[in-house]
Ligand binder design. Structure first.
Ligand code: OAD
Length: 255
């Protein structure tokens, strides 16, 4: 089943040199990774991500928060990039593709995309909660399936403080380097793709809005309308895997 793509959308992509892609959890849904606002199943069903992904939860129960993120890292480790991730990697054959993702998984990188900035951090970048030193210990490896509700976080070898997940929690600032590279990706964009995001979390969601305000074509791929549909030049009701691979096929066909 393909996706109906407006000719203008394909033409905007064909003319573009720099394609900036803003992705959210829907990008990884077809890899079997639950979207942020899907209800989790199993062990973690009764926990609301918005309650765990907070500095308060970390302060009051670090073992629960560490176990939850280790479990999520394990889920991602077992998952594979989908056709949508691969389409964005293939697009690099003909375009400069700059990805700014809200996702904390590594599926864009594993599909072969070479420019990915993680606005909300990464499951695979634990760091010391005190001295911020990156942690490479074996106990942060996602091979170890985590089935316990609590796992004590490892201690930083340099200062012995607890190691924390390398993700952005509600109320925390975005990583400066990721924000700067994402902002410049939108500055240089000839076209912006918005894929699989509800577009409700700022400041990230402000990036495609700013591009649209400058008249840059914005093409959204989402089975549902989102908070960014209003600023999209084209909003295509298709999933990431179906929509993005259809776009690559159309570009291939149009030469
Ligand atoms: P959400 O769960 O809010 O939204 C997922 C979006 O993906 C929805 O609009 C779905 O319609 C869409 N979707 C679902 N399946 C899809 C598919 N197969 N293809 C394309 N789209 C699909 O996730 P995000 O928008 O990523 O922030 O959430 C943004 C941020 O909210 C997260 O990064 C997180 C959360 O607060 C932090 O953790 C700081």
């Amino acid at each position: 089943m393909g996706a109906e793509l407006p000719d203008d959308a394909v033409e905007a992509m064909r003319r573009a040199e720099v394609v900036t892609v803003f992705t959210g959890a829907g990008m990884s849904a077809e890899s079997g990774v639950a979207t942020f606002r899907d209800v989790e199943t199993g062990l973690w069903q009764r926990f609301d991500p918005a309650q765990i992904a907070t500095p308060e939860a970390w302060a009051s129960d670090p073992g629960l928060v560490w176990a939850w993120y280790q479990w999520r890292a394990h889920i991602v480790h077992e998952a594979a990039p989908n056709r949508g991730h691969r389409a964005l990697a293939d697009l690099e054959r003909t375009h400069t593709v700059l990805i700014a993702t809200q996702n904390v998984d590594d599926l864009h990188e594993r599909a072969g995309s070479s420019s990915v900035s993680h606005l909300h951090g990464s499951l695979f970048a634990p760091r010391c909660s005190n001295c911020a030193r990156p942690y490479q210990g074996i106990d942060a490896e996602p091979e170890q399936a985590v089935h316990e509700l609590r796992v004590e976080p490892p201690a930083c070898p340099a200062c012995l403080s607890p190691v924390r997940p390398g993700v952005v929690w509600f109320g925390e600032g975005l990583p400066d380097d990721a924000w700067r590279s994402a902002a410049s990706a939108f500055t240089f964009a000839d076209v912006v793709l918005v894929v699989g995001t509800s577009g409700v979390v700022y400041p990230a969601a402000g990036l495609p809005e700013r591009a649209a305000a400058r008249g840059i074509p914005v093409i959204e791929f989402n089975p549902e309308p989102s908070a960014l549909t209003g600023i999209a030049t084209h909003s295509i009701r298709a999933s990431a895997a179906v929509g993005l691979s259809a776009m690559l096929d159309a570009l291939g066909a149009s030469g």
